[in-house]
Design a binder for this molecule. Structure first.
Ligand SMILES: [Ca+2]
Ligand SMILES: [Ca+2]
Length: 175
């Protein structure tokens, strides 16, 4: 059985349990408290997907491979609510709110930004003036300012930052 197919089946199993209410617990509440919910140990439930904070600083590619070794990908972000959830997750683990890789990059072709988990490009939260690394492959990380909650900046992919992985509960490939 192809590994990708097997992974989809496992994810579908997790999803099915969650839908059946067998594993349902409260997820992050309005105060920003993190809950494991229906996610594996050390992952946190947004109500839709599972997220893991990775403190170790790695290049973008190593961070993505680390997520893949856990059956996940670097986090993709699809709306303001998800952005807020990830901000809360980072605040819980890193009060200094340093730089954190997300799964967005234009490593394949300059200017063609895509998510490493293959999800649609339906949301962007670039900081003013970004992305500005026009001269080659760049990777996106979260960056926080005093005056605003945070946004995305592109940087050279070999920089070493902390990261966030996302385990999608939804079934891939129509399974
Ligand atoms: Ca670029
Ligand atoms: Ca930049």
């Amino acid at each position: 059985i192809p590994a990708m197919f097997l992974r989809s089946v496992l994810l579908c199993g997790l999803h099915a349990l969650a839908v059946a209410g067998l594993l349902t617990e409260p997820s992050a509440d309005s105060k920003g408290k993190l809950e494991r919910g229906s996610c594996p140990l050390f992952w946190y439930d947004s109500g839709t997907d599972c997220y893991k904070y990775v403190a170790s600083q790695m290049t973008w590619a190593k961070a993505e491979l680390n997520c893949q070794s856990l059956g996940a990908n670097l986090v993709s972000i699809h709306d303001a609510g998800e952005m807020n959830f990830i901000t809360t997750l980072i605040e819980n683990f890193d009060p200094n709110k340093g730089f954190h890789w997300i799964g967005f990059s234009d490593v394949h072709e300059e200017g063609s930004w895509m998510w490493s988990d293959g999800s649609p490009r339906d949301f962007a939260f670039w900081l003013p003036g970004e992305p500005n690394n026009w001269d080659g492959p760049s990777c996106a990380h979260l960056k926080f300012w005093e005056v605003m909650k945070g946004g995305w900046n592109d940087d050279v992919c070999r920089s070493a930052y902390s990261s966030v992985c996302k385990l999608r509960k939804t079934c891939a490939y129509g399974l």
